[in-house]
Design a protein around this ligand. Structure first.
Ligand code: ADP
Ligand code: MG
Length: 886
């Protein structure tokens, strides 16, 4: 048992030196031997199973039953067509479903956690799946433990193991412990870290002892399998709508059948007609279309650096009207450079490209403390790792020829208290020649609170109010110039002390100011967001003046009154804060729990809030926000786990892009759905009216099924993939409570349906009248009916296809958006018309479908009829546009 053995024994067993780690070749060999480090997932549904699932539907059963009946009475052709339509429908369903599934899977792949390992003597980040037994893994706060690990080193390490033990209080870990008792329960194995548990505090290092299904997690993996069906609110609403419409359609069909019965029509014919109409009218395609449009949409978003973790977020994005964003790294470049440093009475400005500087004694102490109290690494060639703030400090040292590795070797670190964004401080205890020294760095206001003395002109003097004022004054000056300020302090102790004893009675050394330039593209994104009715808000742990200076530059805030600090928030009651929240644009010196308050206060006004976060403690605010946004690069696994969306480039602009995409996706779904509904309605109207008025039915069952097949699939899908409207960010955010049929969408569906239905009937009537018959005439010869039905058949299909063009925008004309700007749709329309032409022109198909060849003259007539619904809708748009400009 790993926990009962000594580290030496284990290292020997895995044949690895912890200082160097495995070599890449060895790791590769072991990867082949042990396999990828991932838990076996559920076996995927086979295509065959997906196909069968498509057939498990009431309607399909009815259709299959009708096939049998048609077969029984010898209508082989009809039976074949119905069967064909059923199968083709299922195939389309399978293709759509697996496409949607693949897209979502690919996204999940992108968010797989990464781990820090030491290989070939270097620390690097790799995908957790590539970890092998024997790897040396470095654990730090916010990371998931990638495999089962025997700890070799631990510093204040705490791990939350609820995934494994159910215990949500983090357990303390200690690499030095050895548990002789082989029955030690998992929760008490303090020298182990287990796969899928979460480091909440401190640091550690260890050797991987088991991976994948051999881990403790792997052993219970089967029990954990969860199958969460994640329907978005829109999908739920459309599901509901589909059901209602389904019942309506069935109701209509029953009524129709009843009427036909009274009229004494051929009941078997009418039965088939009613069934086909039900199939056509029930919007069974809704769910599939929405799923695939969502899936395509999130794939597109992932290419634009926004990974959607929870599908409902796509819709919510379209309604976001407040974007709360971290400053450092999201609004700024997170490329910090120290440009000034200050020890009492001496300010020094640093040119960027400079080296070999000389520092006097106090300055040396300042830089030494800053370097020793940093975890980052710095290489001249840009291969630095770690917190950019710390990289800047080590780079500062390099300018003075003070090398981090040399200093670390000379003054060994023996204990530490890690940085956290509540204290805004970090401290280490390092060995000195005689005794030890505490090095502390962090927010200067906090440093001044815990310091009692200061280093002035080489002497340690009491920290008087006057001295404090001086330090603060210098710090304010730096902040006003948008510099990030970091203070440093130290104290000497003669023995090793506990972390709790470190941050008191310190001696102030001085401070440094670093620039972190705003990201270039952010300014435009902020303008765009504002134009789109979205308020950008800055949230930062940084100093108020620094924050405001950058906020002003980026046009987030105009006056300093729009900023508030965490301490002021604490003084207000929740209610008072909520009342005032709308006036603030900058929240400075805030801690993670303030972020929760901010989200809640904004939400209390009915705002839809997006909040960014990266730290361990940011999870609550991300969960509370309508859209929790985690940072892909700097973010911890915890924050990613709590988020709805991950930015792979940590960039504010990506949030705005995602909002835009979210709006487009919603609009596209809406277009596709409204289009489907108008098509279905058109079919219902033309058949139902003719039955009601005792006319001959303009379309026979196989024709209805066929048309439904070609219009419900590709054109609707193509509408769902419509390129975004360039003006989508000129509108206000969508009210999340807004009905799907708002802004005339319901009207357009009904209008389209009525027009399509009526013109189909008109085409039918026209066909009859060519031979001198009318709708009411008795005993119309088959030959005439066939001709008139062909006219109706083409008009019904073509008018739906053409109408789809008009659906692309509710206000702009088809010319304004460019007829050809959606090539999928053009393709779908051309294909549809082509298929119609084939069906009526190839003799055996024409016979099967009961249609006939049309002359050129007939074609121009039917195309003319089919264009009218499109024209009418376009004319209505002209009036809407005129009304809008008034
Ligand atoms: P933000 O990311 O919003 O800029 P942080 O929480 O990172 O805010 O930092 C808040 C403050 O904490 C900074 O202004 C700085 O004074 C201090 N600080 C930041 N990083 C470190 C660090 N690595 N060590 C010590 N103090 C730090
Ligand atoms: Mg930070």
């Amino acid at each position: 048992m790993w926990f009962s053995k000594s580290p030496e024994q284990i290292l020997k067993e895995f044949d690895v030196n912890p200082e160097i780690g495995l070599s890449e070749e060895e790791a590769k060999k072991r990867l082949e031997k042990y396999g990828e480090n991932k838990l076996k997932s559920k076996p995927k549904k086979s295509t065959w199973k997906l196909f069968l699932e498509q057939l498990q539907d009431m309607l399909i059963y009815v259709l299959l039953a009708s096939t049998l009946i048609t077969l029984a009475i010898g209508e082989y052709v009809d039976a074949f067509i119905i069967l064909f339509v059923v199968l083709l429908n299922a195939v389309i369903g399978v293709v759509q479903e697996s496409k949607a599934e693949k897209a979502i899977e690919a996204l999940q792949q992108m968010t797989t956690p990464k781990s820090l390992v030491r290989r070939n003597g270097e620390v690097k980040e790799i995908n957790s799946e590539e970890i092998v037994p024997g790897d040396i893994v470095i654990l730090d706060a916010g990371r998931y433990v990638p495999a089962d690990i025997r700890l070799l080193e631990s510093v204040n390490l705490q791990i939350e193991e609820s995934a494994l033990t159910g215990e949500s209080v983090p357990s303390d870990k200690n690499a030095k412990d050895i548990h002789e008792d082989l029955k030690t329960p998992i929760g008490d194995r303090s020298n182990m870290a287990f796969m899928s548990t979460l480091v909440t505090y401190g640091r550690g290092e260890g050797v991987v002892v088991s991976t994948a299904m051999n881990t403790e997690m792997g052993k219970i993996a089967e029990a954990l399998e969860e199958d969460v069906e994640d329907m978005t609110p829109l999908q739920k609403r459309l599901d509901e709508l589909g059901r209602i419409l389904g019942f309506l359609a069935i109701g209509i069909c029953v009524v129709m059948f009843g009427i036909a019965f009274i009229q004494g029509r051929d009941l078997f014919d009418m039965f088939l007609t009613a069934i086909s109409l039900a199939v056509a009218a029930i919007p069974e395609g809704l769910a599939a279309i929405v799923a695939i449009v969502l899936a395509m949409g999130v794939t597109k978003m992932s290419k634009k650096h926004a990974i959607i973790r929870k599908l409902p977020a796509v819709e919510t994005l379209g309604s976001v009207n407040i974007i709360c964003s971290d400053k450092t790294g999201t609004l700024t470049q997170n490329k910090m450079t120290v440009v000034k440093h200050y020890v009492y009475g001496k300010m020094k400005d640093l040119p960027t490209e400079v080296s070999g500087l000389e520092a006097d004694q106090e300055e040396k102490e300042l830089i030494k403390t800053l370097i020793l109290c940093s975890d980052a690494t710095y290489e001249e060639n840009g291969q630095s790792t770690g917190d950019p703030t710390e990289i800047a400090l080590i780079a500062l040292g390099a300018k003075y020829n003070m090398n981090k590795n040399d200093l670390n070797a000379k003054y060994k670190r023996v204990a530490e208290k890690p940085f956290d964004s509540d204290r805004k401080l970090m401290s280490t205890l390092n060995k000195e020649e005689n005794g030890y020294r505490v090095h502390t760095k962090g927010a200067i206001d906090n440093i001044l609170k815990i310091a009692t003395k200061a280093l002035v002109d080489g002497k340690v003097v009491p920290l008087t109010e006057e001295l404090k004022r001086e330090y603060l004054k210098v710090s304010e000056e730096m902040s006003d110039n948008a510099l990030r300020v970091l203070g440093a302090a130290y104290k000497d102790v003669d023995h090793k002390i506990e972390p709790e004893q470190m941050e008191k009675n310190l001696i102030v050394l001085g401070l440094v100011g670093m620039i972190d330039p705003p990201r270039l593209e952010v300014k435009d994104s902020i303008l765009e967001a504002k134009r789109a009715g979205i308020t950008p808000v800055m949230i930062t742990g940084d100093h108020k003046n620094t924050a405001f200076a950058i906020a002003k530059e980026l046009n987030i805030a105009e006056s300093i009154e729009q900023s508030i600090v965490g301490a002021e928030i604490d003084k207000m009651s929740e209610e008072e804060f909520a009342n005032k929240i709308n006036k603030y644009r900058v929240f400075a010196r805030v801690s993670p729990e303030h972020k929760v308050k901010i989200v809640k206060a904004f939400k209390s006004h009915g705002n839809i809030v997006s909040m960014t976060g990266d730290g361990v403690n940011d999870a609550p605010s991300l969960k509370n926000a309508d859209i929790g946004v985690a940072m892909g690069i700097t973010g911890t696994d915890v924050s990613k786990g709590a988020s709805d969306m991950i930015l792979t480039d940590d960039n504010f602009s990506t949030i705005v892009t995602a909002v835009e995409e979210g709006r487009n996706i919603y609009n596209n779904i809406k277009k596709a759905v409204i289009f489907l509904l108008s098509c279905n309605l058109g079919e219902v109207i033309s058949i139902f009216l003719s039955v009601l008025f005792a006319w001959p039915v303009p379309l026979i069952p196989t024709q209805i099924l066929w048309i439904n097949l070609i219009t419900d699939s590709l054109p609707a899908l193509a509408l769902g993939m419509d390129p975004g409207d360039p003006d989508v960010m000129k509108h206000k955010p969508r009210d999340p409570k807004e009905s799907f049929f708002a802004h005339g969408a319901g009207f357009r569906a009904v209008l389209g349906g009525v027009l399509i239905g009526i013109f189909t009937l008109l085409a039918f009537y026209f066909g009859l009248s060519e031979f001198g018959y009318r709708l009411g005439s008795g005993n119309i010869p088959q030959r005439v009916l066939r001709y008139a039905r062909t006219m109706a058949f083409v008009v019904l299909a073509a008018s739906q296809l053409f109408y789809s063009l008009s659906m692309r925008n509710e206000k702009k004309s088809i010319f304004q958006i460019g007829i050809f700007s959606n090539s999928y749709l053009i393709g779908a329309i051309l294909l549809g018309i082509f298929l119609q032409a084939i069906v009526i022109s190839l003799p055996f198909l024409a016979n099967a479908f009961g249609v006939q060849m049309l002359s050129l003259r007939d074609w121009s007539i039917v195309i003319g009829f089919a264009l009218i619904p499109l024209l009418v809708n376009e004319i209505i748009k002209i009036f809407t546009r005129i009304k809008d400009t008034k």
